[in-house]
Design a protein around this ligand. Structure first.
Ligand SMILES: [Zn+2]
Length: 303
């Protein structure tokens, strides 16, 4: 029952997130006008606007003009529903669930807007930080330096809220400064922006919700994902180089050829491939919410 409720709740949120993801980059209001068909402009009746169901019943087409409706709406509703189910099974009907459900509802539009237009709106990250700080007073931020320094006092009913708030603020500041520094180093080394200030503000938001360690984990997981995604692309460009080298009439030593194929394609991949880092951060942050503490604990036990 709890799971079903969480799923339905997630679908409704997902339906709203669709509106945010579509309208924000177009600078349209998210409350007015009501949803309408993008092709014929007719308003969508409530019975044609039921998450998942309407899309299936109408087979992905507008009732009036028959224009195709992007399956992405369906996918984002389903994604949000599934995320809420995972959170409900992990945290039960608790304040933790509320906190992380809101967090996911901030992460999903950030992920898709970054994917679409390579921007991470301040209109989401700044209020997100405020909500994260406020929630630290209700739900303790996963272990940070303030709670660690306080020792047993961290459990004291008089203090824990204060310590949790301190860890939330510290997590935001330290994670943002860290990522900003990495960005500067990258720029110094490659003379190219690896990430923008949007990513820095986003990780600050993540820090307010998850604290410093899980924010660090988020960056690490996102970086690994970014690398994994870029590998097939590198392989593709490498294949192309090998083919071109085969046709080339220029005389080159084996070593020169190998260098051209391996490094040349690597540089080319780095040039054409602009990772929407915010998208990777969002996915990594949700992974950190669900399994981060176990991952950190496992890592410390191996150490
Ligand atoms: Zn239509």
């Amino acid at each position: 029952m709890l799971i079903l409720n969480a799923f339905l709740f997630g679908l409704v949120f997902g339906s709203f997130l669709n509106v945010v993801i579509y309208r924000w980059p177009r600078q349209e209001s998210i409350v007015r006008p009501r949803s309408h068909c993008l092709a014929c402009g007719r308003q969508i009746a409530w019975y044609d606007n039921i998450p998942l169901l309407s899309y299936i019943l109408l087979r992905g087409h507008c009732r009036h003009c028959g224009a195709r409706i992007s399956p992405r709406y369906f996918a984002i509703e389903l994604l949000t529903g599934v995320a809420f189910v995972l959170l409900a099974s992990e945290f039960g009907p608790t304040a933790y669930f509320a906190k992380y459900a809101i967090f996911v509802s901030l992460a999903i539009p950030l992920a898709f807007i970054d994917l679409d237009v390579r921007l991470l709106p301040n209109a989401i990250t700044f209020p997100g930080m405020a909500v994260g700080l406020l929630f630290s007073l209700v739900v303790p931020v996963p272990g940070g330096p303030a709670q660690w320094l306080a020792g047993p006092a961290a459990l004291d009913p008089g203090y824990w809220r204060l310590l949790s708030l301190a860890d939330s603020a510290f997590g935001a500041l330290a994670a943002a400064l860290g990522l900003w520094a990495v960005g500067l180093l990258y720029f110094a080394a490659r003379h190219r922006m690896g990430m923008g200030l949007g990513d820095v503000k986003m990780i600050a938001m993540v820090g307010t919700f998850l604290g410093f360690w899980l924010a660090v984990l988020t960056v690490l997981v996102a970086s690994v994902m970014g690398t994994v995604i870029s590998l097939p692309l590198w392989a593709f460009f490498m294949m192309r180089r090998i083919r071109n080298e085969g046709r080339s009439r220029r005389r080159r030593t084996r070593r020169q050829r190998l260098k051209r194929i391996l490094l040349g394609s690597f540089h080319y991949t780095m040039q054409v491939y602009r990772l929407p880092f915010g998208t990777a951060l969002a996915l990594a942050a949700v992974i950190s919410v669900l399994w981060g503490q176990e991952m950190v604990r496992w890592y410390l036990s191996v150490l």
